[in-house]
Ligand binder design. Structure first.
Ligand SMILES: C[S@@+](CC[C@H](N)C(=O)[O-])C[C@H]1O[C@@H](n2cnc3c(N)ncnc32)[C@H](O)[C@@H]1O
Length: 281
């Protein structure tokens, strides 16, 4: 049973890290004229109201996007991301937060394609509404993204980003994600794959990046810890992005901005970040 609803978490520190990286990768891919595909294996609803009962429950966005909203001198890559969020809040007040597929839609060109998987029927219906009239370049699938992505690879233009962003509400997902990456790389070795995962005090989460690294040669792994890990063994204290075949510009961008991101999103003095790479030189 699917109980996870992203509406509770929209715009939190994890979304900020994930979406800054997503935006940077898509902007890079869009620099070349040749079309590309954006594949989102776990798309969510697409757009979230920050004032409805879900987002207001824990107000997670207040320690995420809200901390960047009024900053005047954001580093360029953060400003590019916040400016996209502003497009959904034209009166300047932070009321809506776009999920990964709508951020992507802003950056893709007419000949690029979006392929969006969402398994939760309610979120799928919302996603469909949010892409109403978007045209033929957007394809929606009410199926399992980790299984379904295989059939789409390689994309016909042989360029693309696969964003893998599961809720990790089942422990099996920590096994299924590396396996999906392995299968994806067999079919589309040159693709960019961006995998989000939570920092949690549990073995499966700690080991995920090691399992991912077994399947890839060129990768960048960035983590953002926003607070000390809970002693009770529960609670997300940050998140990580494991990017396979990252654009060459991404490492430098993160080296220039992660200190700022850590300082802005810190919830206690244990806040920190790490960047590890392999095969990028
Ligand atoms: C973390 S949220 C996605 C957030 C979205 N990528 C974003 O950044 O805005 C995970 C989503 O995956 C959906 N989901 C869970 N298991 C799935 C599966 N096997 N295939 C596709 N979607 C799934 C959940 O219903 C939820 O909406």
């Amino acid at each position: 049973m699917l109980s996870y609803r992203h509406a509770f978490h929209a715009g939190n520190h994890a979304d900020v890290l994930k979406h800054i990286i997503e935006v940077q990768i898509l902007r890079y891919l869009a620099q070349k004229e040749k079309p590309f595909w954006y594949i989102d294996t776990h798309a969510g609803a697409g757009l979230y109201s920050l004032t409805d009962r879900y987002a207001a429950t824990n107000a997670e966005y207040e320690s995420g996007i809200a901390r960047l909203w009024h900053e005047k001198n954001l580093p360029e890559s953060l400003a590019e991301y916040v400016d996209l969020v502003r497009e959904f809040n034209p009166d300047g007040e932070l009321r809506f937060y776009p999920g990964s597929p709508l951020l992507a839609e802003k950056l893709l060109r007419q000949n690029d394609q979006l392929h969006l998987f969402e398994l939760h029927p309610t979120d799928y219906a919302l996603l469909k509404d949010n892409f109403e009239g978007a045209g033929k370049r957007v394809k929606l699938y009410l199926t399992d993204g980790l299984k379904g992505v295989k059939a789409l690879l390689p994309p016909q233009p042989r360029r693309g980003l696969v964003l893998i962003d599961p809720p990790y509400e089942r422990n099996d997902e920590y096994r299924e994600v590396p396996s999906s990456l392995e299968q994806g790389l067999k079919r589309f070795a040159g693709g960019v794959y961006a995998i989000w995962y939570p920092l949690l005090p549990k073995r499966e989460a700690t080991e995920l990046p090691k399992l991912l690294a077994k399947h890839a040669q060129r990768w960048l792994h960035v983590t953002l810890q926003v607070k000390a890990a809970g002693r009770d063994g529960f609670g997300m204290y940050g998140s990580g992005m494991f990017v396979v075949n990252p654009p060459w510009t991404l490492l430098q961008t993160l080296e220039q901005t992660m200190t700022y991101i850590r300082d802005t999103l810190a919830q206690d003095p244990a806040a920190s970040f790490s960047i590890v790479t392999n095969g990028l030189t």
